[in-house]
Design a protein around this ligand. Structure first.
Ligand code: SUG
Length: 445
């Protein structure tokens, strides 16, 4: 099917417990910044400004609400009891690593919220979503149910949108969502190529130094349940994972007909390119590959050049790459980015955005957003209350300044006042975003 469509972004609004707890082995920034003080207020404002920037550029932009954290229901499920404050206190005393997981604001990284198949690629002409089970890391495995509720709120019309359950939460079906998915196409509304990148097989004896977070079988299962066309599966480079590429989107991004990636991204680069070419209907894919000689993997990971948003600004022919400011700070990455813009290639412009608070946990501009290709009718069927506008940006800025702490140290996560503040903030947020007063478990208790 061919139709007019746009690429919308849905960003995870950063929650009041944003912290650096070192919860993600293989994510070098997370390990490096463990136990540092964070600024939830700066973090949420950075995220809001990025959303506004994209909305101002003319791309539909949505807000996905933070999840309830500290996650008291989870702590109760592992046997802590009493009042909510007592649950939190006991958990921090007896099981601090579980308590830290229960406080993580990790749902901010919406690229991991789900894998999305636009209607142009699905057999039943609906947009399909599979929330990611995120089973590799405890703190992230707590996300998928609330994520499903957010997606149902944003995409309420079941005749146009199919929000599936997450895959069964077991290691064999380990899934990290759109962070390992790239869609290439001639135009958003035309049939595309769905490239899914996996790190290990379900029954493989994995011996890498860091976890491989996505299985081949999870990719198969998602593409099967979405009845997706143009599917290409590729193995993530083992050396890339060993170097700190915990998601493929740390070394690869694609948009429209262009795939921009690091030499080490795929185990078999030539085979991957050939499979993409064979699956592409009606367009010739363009490959922009950066060699390890021009940009060592270490620099790519440290600067997040590839964890950028690659977008077509309405009215412009060439693509724009929206990089984190860390890319500008790294001389090698900066040179690659500027050379791209100066060349006659498909990427004609580079912009920089400050998301440093998220970056210190390994989350760049691309991690913070979930891309959803929507036709005009589908866009009209979304929940307008969650759409970023000038007015919503202003309202959420005031809201964040009122509720969010400027500084949060690891020990503050155990503070019962933080629980109260977070709930106060989220309660007010549900009315700002028109989510009703029973959206979060604490509102239903
Ligand atoms: O899953 N960091 C996230 C970063 C996710 C980035 N997303 C994409 N690449 N799409 C993760 O590793 C760190 C939390 C902590 O350590 O406190 C964390 O979960």
């Amino acid at each position: 099917m061919t139709s007019q469509a746009v690429e919308a972004n849905a960003d995870g609004l950063i929650g009041p417990t944003h912290s650096y707890a070192g919860l993600s082995p293989g994510n070098l920034a997370s390990s490096l910044n463990k136990a540092k003080a964070s600024s939830p207020r700066a973090a949420v404002l950075q995220g809001l400004d990025k959303m506004k920037m994209l909305a101002d550029l003319g791309l539909p932009q949505f807000v996905l609400p933070p999840h309830e954290r500290p996650n008291i229901p989870f702590l109760r499920s592992i046997g802590f009891s009493g009042t909510d404050a007592q649950v939190l206190e006991k958990a921090w005393k007896e099981a601090p690593t579980f308590a830290a997981a229960a406080c993580s604001a990790s749902p901010m990284w919406a690229a991991n919220a789900a894998t999305v198949t636009p209607s142009a690629d699905s057999a039943d002409d609906r947009v399909h979503f599979t929330p990611a089970n995120l089973v590799t890391n405890l703190h992230r495995s707590l996300e998928h149910q609330q994520t499903q509720a957010s997606l149902n709120a944003l995409f309420p019309d079941a005749s146009r949108f199919a929000v599936h359950d997450a895959l069964r939460p077991v290691g064999h079906l380990a899934d990290e969502g759109a962070a390992n998915h790239v869609r290439l196409c001639a135009d958003h509304g035309e049939r595309g190529v769905n490239l899914m990148v996996w790190g290990r097989e379900a029954f493989e004896a994995w011996d890498g130094p860091f976890p491989a977070r996505q299985t081949r079988e999870a990719c198969d299962a998602i593409m099967r349940r979405h009845s997706a066309s143009g599917v290409v599966l590729a193995r993530q480079g083992k050396a890339a994972i060993a170097g700190g590429t915990f998601h493929n989107d740390v070394v690869c991004v694609g948009a429209l007909d262009t795939l921009f990636f690091h030499e080490l991204a795929f185990e078999d680069t030539d085979g991957t390119k050939a499979a993409i070419r064979a699956a592409a209907q009606g367009f010739e894919p363009k490959f922009v590959e950066v060699s390890a000689a021009d940009l060592p993997l270490e620099d790519a990971i440290g600067s997040y050049l590839f964890n950028s948003m690659l977008i077509r600004i309405p009215g412009e022919d060439r693509l724009t790459l929206i990089c984190p400011t860390e890319t500008r700070d790294n001389p090698r990455s900066h040179a690659v980015a500027e050379n791209l813009a100066a060349s006659n290639g498909p990427i004609g412009r580079v912009e920089y955005v400050d998301v440093r608070q998220s970056m210190a946990n390994g989350g760049g501009p691309a991690c913070l957003r979930l891309r959803v290709v929507l036709t005009d009718d589908e866009l009209a069927a979304t929940n307008g209350g969650m759409r970023m506008t000038e007015e919503l940006h202003a309202r959420l800025t005031v809201w964040a300044l009122r509720w969010y702490r400027d500084e949060l140290r690891p020990a503050d996560l155990a503070d019962p006042l933080l629980l109260e503040e977070s709930r106060g903030a989220l309660d007010e947020l549900t009315s700002i975003l028109h989510l009703g007063n029973d959206f979060y478990p604490f509102q239903r208790a």
